[in-house]
Design a protein around this ligand. Sequence first.
Ligand code: GRF
Length: 194
Amino acid sequence: MVSTPRKRLAVLISGRGSNMESILKATQDSEYPAEICLVLSDNKNAMGLETARAANIETAAFERSEFDTRHDHELAVQDKINAQQADLICLAGYMRILSGDFTDAYEGRLINIHPSLLPKYKGLNTHQRALDAGENEHGCTVHHVNSEMDGGEIIAQARVAVLKEDTPDTLAARVLVEEHKLYPSVIAMLAKKM
Ligand code: GRF
C-alpha cells in the first residue's frame, strides 16, 4: 500500500508551548496525517523549545531584538519555514502581530488558535473580559490568519460553560483542555484536504 506523505507543520510559539505539545502528541499516532518539521520561537527561553528538542524536532529562535526591522525579522522566520518545506504554519501562542507581507506569503496555510469565541474578545486577557461581560459560555477558535489581529476566517470553535465560581485562571484551564483537542483535530482535517 502506498501511503500519502504526512504534511509538514511549522509551529510558532512564544512561551509555554502546551498547544504545540498537544499537536506533537497527536503526530505520534502513525495514522495522523501530519508531522512537525519545525518549532520556531521569537523567544530563546520559550519552554516549548525544550519540549521540541527533547522530541528531536528541529527548532529555531529568532528574537525581534536581533534584527533592525520587523521586516528583517519576518524574513528570517520565513526563510526558516521555507527551508523546512512546511506545508502548514500553525501559530500556537506566538505573540507577534504579523505583517500583510507575511500573511500573504502563506495564504490558506497559516492558522492560529485563540482563546475566545471569535469574533468576541480579540487580543489579550480574553478570560477576564468574558467574565467581566457576564458571558455564560466561552471557548476557543482556530482561524485562518490575515493581517488583521485575530481577524481571519473562522475554521472551528469549541465551547465551555462559564461557571458562577469561575476565575480567569479556572476558566482559562477549562478552555485550554478544549484547545488541546481542537487544534490537533483541525490540523488533521486541513492536512487531509491539502
Ligand atoms: C493559548 O491559550 C492560545 O490559545 C493563545 O496563547 C496560549 C498559548 O498557550 N494563543 P501555550 O503556549 O500553547 O501553552
